[in-house]
Each structure stands twice: as structure tokens, then as C-alpha cells.
Design a protein around this ligand. Structure first.
Ligand code: HAM
Length: 431
């Protein structure tokens, strides 16, 4: 096939047809549930200062190192297409003085994110995330609330066999000592590690733990585990979180190697999977969503506060959920099918028909039309194909007399109705 003159950028896609129906359904569910749990919607710009991400997500992370779409503006500013939503939300939280608003700040968002990744199934360069963030309230109950909401959303979308992997990666109280221990162990096994992990030894030894390379996995399986080295407080929090999950009957597994790819996390981290996906090779396993606690991020991005600003959140990979729904042929309620077709045959009838469309819209009666066609035969053929119950025919004579013909598509019977009474009449007929 010859190359098209214009194609969408690599790793990006057009979302239409069936995918749009799934997308609508996902949006409907996340909006309903987030609102029920008193989250407020926030939209932030898709561009932010590059430093927000390098500082917030961490210079040594793959997202910042390799995956950002960054550029310099004509005015000389360094901007980046947002690769994720949490750092921008924290920026907005600080910039809009949300600490002075009633506590906690519970925010939800839905929109495109950008990462320069190798495109493959479930991995795009532009993808949609739905996310929740709860800021400025202590207590594991908020971690459990976010996990419970994500679980409920996936259940409502009829995703089967959902499982949450959970872990605690401790905080500034216990993680530094653990990392020292881990580094010592990993250095002693350096010769078996993959080239990426050898680099990680210097920049971010924790990330060695979730390397998918078989040899690295072997080495990690013998490594000291952070979960066994948590301080008293982090241990208590994690135990409490598991008690919440038990009470909520949310299926979870403990994954001591789950460290997540963004540096801002403290204590709780989690990822959602559908077990069907888990059956795939371990290296190809893709999370439907993930998140965790990030108690130090607000402080790191500029708002120092006595005792810090506790925060927790998660994001759902909407494209991956759409793919799974499609793969499993999950049925969703289709949009109301139109039962009326308007056919028109002259310029005056066309004008009146377009006006009539607005009146049907106000009465919430879906209508089909073919205003671009002039031949009545072609229009009636379309009406027949579209399986409507009634076709309204407006010719020049009817338009001048202020009436319209109503044809029943099942009986072929035709009646004349005054134009200004037609919407009421149809409403009654469809009851
Ligand atoms: P994340 O794990 O990087 O976390 O992304 C969340 C979800 O976005 C992933 O589980 C995945 O489903 C989806 N996702 C990520 N990259 C891609 C891609 N290239 N193509 C398609 N889907 C993708 C975050 O972004 C954190 N901000 C989540 C969070 C919120 N943590 C605390 N609050």
C-alpha cells in the first residue's frame, strides 16, 4: 500500500466507533463514583514546566530520563507534555492555595498523558488516564478508599478476576538504611545483573527489584526484602491497610518486589491487574492502574508544612481498560436508538426540518436525517434501512401548509399532522 501523505504520530491513535462507546462508558462510571466519594474534578494544562516532572518524578526514573516529550518555547521556557497527572495536581494544589480549603482535598482528573515509549499493545505515546488524588489527611483509610474505588470502578466495567498487588516501600525513616543494605547485596552479585541494572545500582537500586530480566529476578529473589525491614510505624500502617482490604473483601496479593517507576512514593504502593492478563508471560504483564502514597511530594515541590502534607492517589490506564473490555466482548448499554427519520424535499422543507431537529432535541427524542440528500426515494430507502418506527416527510406543499406527513414504517399508513403539534404527537405515539 502506498504511504499516505499524512499519518498520525507513531504510538498515538484515533479513538472512534466502538472504542468511543467504551470510552464514554468508562467516563460515565468514573465520574459517578468519584463524585459519590466527594472528589472534585480538576483539569490541568497538558503542558507543564519540565522541572516539575524532573524534580517530582525523579531524574533517575525511566519516565524522566527517556520518555518525556520536552521542548523549548519561543519565549525560552522548557515545557513538557505531561507524562502523568500527580505532579501537575500537586503543583495546582500549591499554586491555588488549596491548603486553606476544607480538608482533605479530594481531586479527580481524566485526560491524555504522553510518554515516549516503544509503541506496542497497551503501550502508547499518548494515552488516557483517570486519576484520584487525596491530599492533606493522615491515615491509611484514604489509601484503602482509593483502592476500594478503583476496585469498584473495574467491577462496574465488568472486568473479571481483578487483583491488587500491594507492597510498602517504607519512608525516609526506614528506606535509606534498607537501600544501603540492598546495594551492598546487589554489588556482591553485580556480575549477574543486566546492563540496565548495573546502572540502576548507582542511580536507583530499588528499581533492580522489579527488573523483568530472568537473571536479575533470580538475584532479587534472594535479596533482603524491604517489607521485612520496615520501621515500626510503616509496619503498623501496612498491617492496617491489609486489615482494611480484608474487611472490604478486595482480592490482593503481597508483592515485595513492587516498587513502581516513579520516585515520589512512600509506604503504600499498589497495582491493579486482571488475572486474564496475568496469564500472559510475566514480562508482558501490564497493569490496568497503579498508585500509592506520596507524603513528601508537596514538600519537595515547594510547600513546606509542619508535619508534611500526607497524600495518596492512583491512576487508571483507560486505553488498557478499553482493550480489555473489547477483548472480553463486554456488553455496554448502547445509546438510545433513533425511532424517527425526517425526510425533506425542498429548500423550505430543509429549513423547517433543521428547526424541527432542535425541537426534538428539547423533547429528548433521537432523530435521524439526511439533510444532504434531495431525492425522496433515497431518503426513504435510508429510513427503511435504519429501522425507525416512523418517517416524517416534509415536501414543499406540506411546508407551505404548515403540516407534515407521518408514515408508520410497520403498516405503511400515512397521516397528516400540523407542524407545530408534531413533537407532542410523536411523543404520545412512542409511549
Ligand atoms: P503509572 O503506573 O505510571 O502511575 O501509570 C498509571 C497507569 O497508566 C498504568 O498502570 C497504565 O495502565 C497506564 N499507562 C502508563 N503508561 C502507559 C502507556 N504508555 N500507554 C498506555 N497506558 C499507560 C502514574 O502515572 C501515577 N501518576 C499514578 C498515581 C496517582 N500515583 C499516585 N497518584
Amino acid at each position: 500500500m502506498s504511504k499516505l501523505k499524512f499519518q498520525k504520530p507513531k504510538g498515538m491513535r484515533d479513538i472512534f466507533g466502538e472504542d468511543q462507546e467504551y470510552l464514554d462508558r468508562i467516563y460515565e462510571v468514573v465520574k459517578k463514583i468519584s463524585t459519590f466519594y466527594n472528589f472534585q474534578k480538576i483539569d490541568t494544562p497538558i503542558l507543564e514546566e519540565t522541572e516539575l516532572f524532573s524534580k517530582g518524578i525523579g531524574l533517575s526514573t525511566e519516565v524522566v530520563k527517556d520518555q518525556m516529550f520536552s521542548f523549548k518555547t519561543k519565549g525560552g521556557n522548557n515545557l513538557t507534555l505531561r507524562p502523568e497527572g500527580t505532579a501537575p495536581i500537586v503543583r495546582a494544589y500549591i499554586e491555588n492555595g488549596m491548603k486553606n480549603m476544607p480538608s482533605p482535598s479530594k481531586l479527580w482528573y481524566f485526560g491524555p498523558m504522553f510518554r515516549y515509549e516503544k509503541p506496542q499493545a497497551g503501550r502508547y505515546r499518548q494515552f488516557l488516564q483517570f486519576g484520584l488524588e487525596t491530599l492533606r489527611e493522615e491515615g491509611v483509610v484514604r489509601d484503602a478508599e482509593i483502592i476500594a474505588i478503583f476496585y469498584e470502578i473495574l467491577k462496574r466495567l465488568k472486568i473479571k478476576n481483578i487483583i491488587v498487588e500491594v507492597n510498602s516501600i517504607g519512608s525516609s525513616c526506614c528506606r535509606p538504611a534498607y537501600i544501603q543494605n540492598l546495594s551492598k547485596y546487589l554489588k556482591s552479585k553485580k556480575q549477574y545483573l543486566c546492563p540496565d541494572c548495573i546502572k540502576r545500582l548507582k542511580t536507583n537500586p530499588l528499581r533492580v527489584l522489579d527488573c523483568k530480566n530472568e537473571k536479575c529476578k533470580m538475584i532479587s529473589s534472594q535479596a533482603p526484602k524491604l517489607i521485612d525491614n520496615l520501621c515500626k510505624n510503616c509496619h503498623k500502617d501496612f498491617k492496617e491497610l491489609l486489615e482494611f482490604l480484608d474487611e472490604l473483601e478486595i482480592p490482593y496479593t503481597l508483592n515485595p518486589y513492587l516498587v513502581r517507576g516513579l520516585d515520589y512514593y512512600t509506604e503504600t504502593v499498589f497495582e491493579f491487574f486482571s488475572i486474564e492478563e496475568n496469564l500472559q508471560e510475566e514480562s508482558k504483564k501490564l497493569a490496568l492502574g497503579g498508585g500509592g502514597r506520596y507524603d513528601l511530594l508537596v514538600d519537595l515541590l515547594g510547600e513546606k508544612r509542619e508535619g508534611g502534607t500526607p497524600a495518596v492517589g492512583a491512576a487508571l490506564g483507560v486505553d488498557r481498560v478499553i482493550e480489555l473490555m473489547k477483548e472480553n466482548k463486554i456488553e455496554i448499554r448502547k445509546k438510545q436508538k433513533a425511532k424517527i427519520f425526517i425526510a425533506q424535499v425542498c429548500a423550505l422543507a430543509k429549513r423547517k426540518s433543521l428547526k424541527l431537529m432542535g425541537e426534538f432535541l428539547s423533547a429528548r427524542i433521537p432523530v435521524l436525517e439526511s439533510f444532504g440528500k434531495d431525492s425522496l426515494r433515497a431518503q426513504l430507502k435510508m429510513a427503511d434501512k435504519s429501522e425507525v418506527e416512523y418517517t416524517l416527510v416534509l415536501g414543499q406543499k406540506e411546508a407551505l401548509e404548515g403540516v407534515i406527513l407521518v408514515r408508520s414504517m410497520s403498516t405503511g399508513k400515512q397521516t397528516k399532522v400540523k407542524l407545530d403539534k408534531i413533537v407532542q404527537k410523536i411523543k404520545k405515539m412512542l409511549k
